[in-house]
Design a protein. Structure first.
Length: 167
């Protein structure tokens, strides 16, 4: 039926670390170990809840899902803007999925506007998908590298001639 396996280590013998663990280094200035340069596994996205408001920029090498309000620029690998979310600022990500509202420029290799998306600003993309029902005001520009900094200039806001309205 069942049998108990033998224990091969003696009580006084120190345990060894598994091969994926990085040993502790006594010299913090030492060269990094080869294992630390390996690509990190994909983790779950950071989620910013609907009752959260952030004033300031966000930057991560990972994935972010926003449900609250952000007033500032965002840079991420994959960014999902939820239906309850509002972002006021520039968005840069490898992949951008918009289900909520964005007021500002979107830059992404892949940009997707769902049917509930509301975007007021320019979109610079490599590939784009816009579902029926999405609301978009701005310009769309395709680039091979939309994440390159300084590759496009900001467009001037529309001008209003107040002389005709008497204001």
């Amino acid at each position: 039926m069942f049998s108990k396996s033998r224990v091969t280590e003696t009580p006084n013998q120190p345990k060894t670390l598994p091969p994926e663990s990085e040993p502790m280094r006594s010299d913090p200035q030492a060269e990094p170990l080869a294992a630390s340069t390996a690509p990190r596994p994909r983790t779950a996205p950071s989620v910013l809840s609907s009752d959260l408001t952030i004033k300031g920029d966000l930057q991560t090498a990972g994935d972010v899902q926003i449900e609250g309000t952000i007033e500032g620029d965002i840079r991420a690998r994959q960014l999902t803007i939820g239906e309850t979310a509002t972002v006021r600022g520039e968005v840069l990500a490898d992949e951008v999925i918009v289900n909520g509202r964005v007021i500002g420029r979107l830059r992404g290799l892949k940009v997707r506007l769902s049917s509930t998306a509301r975007v007021e600003g320019d979109i610079i993309h490599k590939t784009i998908a816009i579902e029926s029902g999405a609301h978009f005001e701005g310009s769309v520009q395709r680039q091979d590298d939309p994440l390159a900094q300084g590759s496009t200039k900001k467009l001037a806001p529309p001008t209003t001639d107040f002389s005709k309205t008497g204001e």
